[in-house]
Design a protein around this ligand. Sequence first.
Ligand code: DX5
Ligand code: ZN
Length: 214
Amino acid sequence: MKIAPSILSADFAILGEEVRAVTEAGADWIHVDVMDGHYVPNITIGPDVVKALRPHSDLPFDVHLMINPAQPYLQAFADAGADYITVHAEADVHLHRSLQMIRGMGKKAGVSLNPATDIDSLDYVLDEIDLILVMSVNPGFGGQKFINSQLDKIKRLRQMIGDRPIDIEVDGGVNVDTIKAVKDAGANICVAGSATFKGGDYAGNIKAMKEAAG
Ligand code: DX5
Ligand code: ZN
């Protein structure tokens, strides 16, 4: 199980140091939550911050765009150093075009599904996707409780994907208590914000989650 710490739970006053610290603590990816105060009820960071953080880690930058529309900003995040760019299935009118644009920029393309969104919305874009990000909380904030109904969605997605090289990442409420069920359902990457940054022992927290996943 790969762990992608969400820097939403980091100290924003020293974000570069925090990215460096979780990189040294054994993180696999850096998860960057971008919010616009319109698609979700919170505002976070933009491409200039991603660019400023880029020299602080060699890990893949997993940029989660909770913005509507996303298409006008894809190039800026690609130029800023994102490796994965994930849009929400509902964010733009033309999802297929968003995915083509991301891949056209030489980046990995992700689609995120909100808790109420069915996997059917991916039926006709599966071959354009590198990553599916299953939201196990309603997007907008860290530290929320894992929504159990999403475990069934992960299982169905794993079947739907078949042998395509698509990652299933789960985002929201993942911690030592929930990560095993997430892995058993078929996910291979977990975002962990509060569970990584709580208490300050990032390496211990990441190790504990990997061990709990088994
Ligand atoms: C929520 C974000 C998540 C969030 C996860 O909208 O997409 O990435 O930071 O936080 P935790 O791990 O604390 O639930
Ligand atoms: Zn996220």
